[in-house]
Design a protein around this ligand. Sequence first.
Ligand code: GLC
Length: 434
Amino acid sequence: MLNRSFLRFLNLSRRRLSLIILALVVAAGALLFGVYVRAQQPVTISFLLRAVEADQMQGLADQFMAENPDIRIEMVRGPNAADAVENLYTTSFLLGDSPYDILFSDVVWIPKFAAAGWLMDLSDRVSEADLADFLEADVAAGVYQDGFYRMPFRSDMGMLYYRTDLLNQVGLQPPATFADLIAASETIQDQTDVNWGFVWQGLQYEGLVTNFVELVAGYGGFWVDADTLEVGLDQPAAIQATDFMKGVIAQGISPPGVTNYIEEDALRQFENGNAVFMRNWPYAWAEANGDGSPVAGNIALKPMVHTANEQPAACLGGWGFGISATTPHLEEAWRVVQFFTSPGPMKDFITEFAYVPSRRALFTDPEVLAVFPHYEQLLEVAETAVPRPPVGQYAQLSDILQRYLSAAITDQMTPEAAMRAAAGESRRVLGVDG
Ligand code: GLC
């Protein structure tokens, strides 16, 4: 008991003492309440992705958050060029302690990110049987040495879109060969008021490389053989492929501005009725054939053109989820990955936006086929799609190819000189003799 003389000694009245005690009780209460509120607050799982795709994935994220109130998904909107997003991820991982719990990864990033130790090995979390439902190439893209680092979410393959009405108007079949595509473009540009024959992705970025992969295979060649590390860029097929890109611009079949196009730019031209043919990924279908598109109902797509004695080739693309090695929320991040890659959400996403599923069964799912009858044909294309070389130095190889292709198509170098230089630099990066 505090007696009066002690209180006097402290110079406190009883009243004052009660006020101090009250204040202490209130402060302790507030502290406990804060701890409680923090414990109730959801854990945030964050990842970076192309802005166009963030808009599209928001619906699934909202569904997940409604079903899982303990987790908040934060999708950070990045640039729309795939490799620009890769650079941002790379910088954040290099700084250590990446702010991203998840790596929303292009099909070509895993060897680099896994080799750097930036990703969690997911092998113990998925069985062979789980993975058997996915396209083989999508699964292979997640493997690095003995580990598995990327759950496939959606696949991709480059296709040739064409205007059925214009081909009918001039009485031509869809083109099979490079020469057919050029001839049909010229005829239609001559006989109709459509300005351009062929739009594609010519900006110096990853998309340019994917266009090239299809063309070089269509001429019977290759970029880098991942098994032998042989570089094919100075062989005739690669030079012909570069020549084709340069030629369609020089002949007025492609607009001069195509050297600045990414996917969305080509799609705008095609959708607005300004081009007969477009190279793009299957997602372009949803918009080009959607309500309000001037060309809706008048488009179709097929595998890319090639030379008479070769097969068409589609470049393998696609996106999936890895988990950052430094995330403090591994279990929550894994729940997010499981949700996005499970059959239901994947099906909703691909049917809404015409993306290509990574799960095989969805290609022949009656509800999917009711919306996209061409998916049955896409499965065949998906199983034979040409991957970009899955090597740890991929980003450097792509950068070299982008620079020299761009130099060739913007008339700064001849296709031959550009490809020779690109081949030499690629061999140096790979450490193989020229
Ligand atoms: C698509 C593909 C991706 C590719 C990119 C290039 O997003 O899915 O694999 O790297 O296009 O622009």
